[in-house]
Design a binder for this molecule. Structure first.
Ligand SMILES: [Zn+2]
Length: 282
């Protein structure tokens, strides 16, 4: 024990003891972020997912969370996760050298810096010391250096097209997360508007078909009037006609036939006829 027997510590001794735990905390912090699920803090294992804010999750944990978030104490920090559409399964590149014992000192500090995944373009490890991002449209994970150096709108890993808006920084700084949050909001609003526009389009086309139906029904009504006049001139048998004979009757018009449930048109009909009572739909 120092400092208890009258020993005076030197300045560099004090500085060193102060510095060490700080460094350790930083490593632990990086480890927590890059090697553990953001919800459960369990070690990450594939399949791994990421949200629009660049946080990493175990797929099974995030599925559990989506089913019943009340089980999770941290639920308030993940309010942006509403469904699977808010997440992307990541396509990572495995680090073949991962887990091999280091030839030099078996320092645990060095080991924690080793990472399971690397950038497929420049080969740097995903240990938290280098910036990494993923592409929202395809899910591929690349280092920021690769994305910056090889300027292209084609993903270097899978070859699919992407825009700069699709690039999401993984475990970014607070400012970066805030920027991603803004972008997430805009994206959601745009999706909402697109959905609304689509719905509006469907509604318009539906009303168009409705108008044509009404027109059709009107002509049918006219046809009924004329045919009922014709029927009145006949004998009492005509008042209660056998539906089958109506369909076979060469004298009656196709429109008149279509008014009865025995007609082919009525059989294919999905809803009740607008004017006649149909016992199949009531
Ligand atoms: Zn890709």
């Amino acid at each position: 024990m120092g400092c208890d027997g009258g020993t005076i510590p030197k300045r560099d001794e004090l500085v060193r003891t102060k510095k060490k735990p700080e460094q350790k905390d930083k490593t632990a912090d990086l480890d927590a972020k890059w090697k553990h699920c953001a919800i459960t803090q369990e070690p990450l294992r594939e399949p791994i997912m990421a949200c629009e804010l660049g946080k990493l999750y175990n797929k099974e944990a995030v599925l559990e969370f989506l089913i019943d978030r009340s089980k999770f104490e941290c639920a308030s920090s993940f309010e942006h996760l509403k469904g699977l559409k808010d997440l992307k399964e990541l396509k990572l590149t495995e680090n073949k050298g991962y887990g091999r014992p280091k030839s030099e000192k078996g320092d645990s500090y060095i080991d924690t810096q080793d990472a399971k995944y690397i950038c497929p373009v420049v080969g740097i490890t995903m240990n938290g010391k280098h910036g990494f991002s993923y592409i929202w449209s395809c899910g591929c994970v690349l280092s920021d250096r690769a994305l910056k150096e090889v300027k292209s709108d084609i993903c270097h890993k899978c070859g699919s097209k992407f825009t700069q808006d699709d690039v999401i920084t993984l475990n970014g700084t607070e400012e970066e997360v805030e920027r991603l949050r803004q972008r997430m909001r805009t994206r959601k609003e745009q999706a909402k508007l697109a959905k609304k526009a689509k719905k509006h389009k469907v509604e318009t086309s539906e009303s168009e078909t409705k108008t044509s139906d009404v027109k059709k029904a009107k002509t049918e009504k006219v046809a009924t009037k004329t045919s009922s006049k014709e029927g009145a001139s006949g004998g009492p048998k005509d008042k209660t006609p056998n539906p089958l004979s109506i369909q076979k009757d060469p004298k009656t018009s196709a429109t008149y036939k279509s008014l009865f449930t025995s007609s082919n048109k009525a059989k294919n009909q999905q809803s009740a006829h607008w004017v006649t009572y149909n016992p199949f739909y009531n």
